[in-house]
Write a protein that binds this ligand. Structure first.
Ligand code: 13P
Length: 250
């Protein structure tokens, strides 16, 4: 069976000392899962997270990176820097970055390429706004975002990445997409990938759902045919709640 991948996105939360404590508490709670567990933490916490997750099944990711390899980009972090300390994953194109930090489909595409060149696995976010959904445009928007994000990538590169379908109206609102709607949207993304790279590649790509995932709805979402796990915001900030999401099939 295809693996399920459950990633926490801490966003701008948690200090280094809280990170250490969190990983100490989470480790025994998730040690027996067959699902992949990832924590995407703020830059300042990465080193502590990596040190404390050593020897566990918890993998560590960042939440953003720059698309250039190095240079005069004050305040930015490169893919090479992330790789040098042992980071494995990096979220790219989260809707909060698209909304507040001028991230575009073009910068998302560039970042994915640089991440892959540095052997980081990108978690690429796509998702529609409420008005786009209400206008019946959700599928068109997310498939276009997917196409632009993947532009110029080889089949081999596409196999390395994870896509997270995160409807913007479901993020931090407590409003989850229905399991059927989430599954349909993810199927549409997969069909788009199949059109470009073929069905076998598309079937192999991990596509997560994100948006108000919690322990009470994780199971019904993750059991859907096309949903390969979740990208979890608020509910990833408490070890016990996050462990229940990771262990949704226990
Ligand atoms: P919430 O789980 O808090 O809705 O956030 C989802 C998200 O944006 C994860 O990247």
């Amino acid at each position: 069976m295809k693996r399920k991948v459950i990633a926490g996105n801490w966003k701008m939360n948690m200090l280094p000392n809280e990170t250490i404590k969190f990983i100490e508490e989470l480790t025994p709670m998730v040690k027996d899962t067959e699902n992949e567990v990832i924590l995407c933490v703020p830059y300042i916490d990465l080193f502590y997270a990596l040190l404390n997750a050593q020897g566990t099944n918890i993998k560590i990711g960042a939440q953003n990176m720059h698309y250039e390899e190095s240079g005069a980009y004050t305040g930015e972090i490169s893919g090479k820097m992330l790789k040098s300390i042992g980071v494995e994953y990096v979220i790219i194109g989260h809707s909060e970055r698209r909304q507040y930090f001028a991230e575009t489909d073009e910068t998302v595409n560039k970042k994915i390429k640089t991440a892959l060149a540095n052997e980081l696995k990108p978690i690429v976010c796509v998702g529609e706004t409420l008005s786009q959904r209400e206008a019946g445009k959700a599928e068109k928007i997310i498939t276009k975002q997917t196409e632009l994000a993947l532009e110029g990538l080889t089949e081999k590169q596409v196999k390395e990445l994870i896509i997270a379908y995160e409807p913007i109206w479901a993020i931090g609102t407590g409003k989850t997409a229905t399991k059927e709607d989430a599954n349909e949207a993810i199927k549409a993304i997969r069909n788009k990938i199949a059109k470009i790279y073929g069905q076998t590649v598309a079937d192999g790509v991990i596509i997560q759902y994100g948006g108000s995932v919690k322990s009470s709805n994780a199971k019904e979402l993750f059991e859907m045919s096309d949903i390969d796990g979740g990208l979890v915001g608020g509910a990833s900030l408490k070890p016990e709640e996050f462990s229940k999401i990771v262990n949704y099939n226990k």
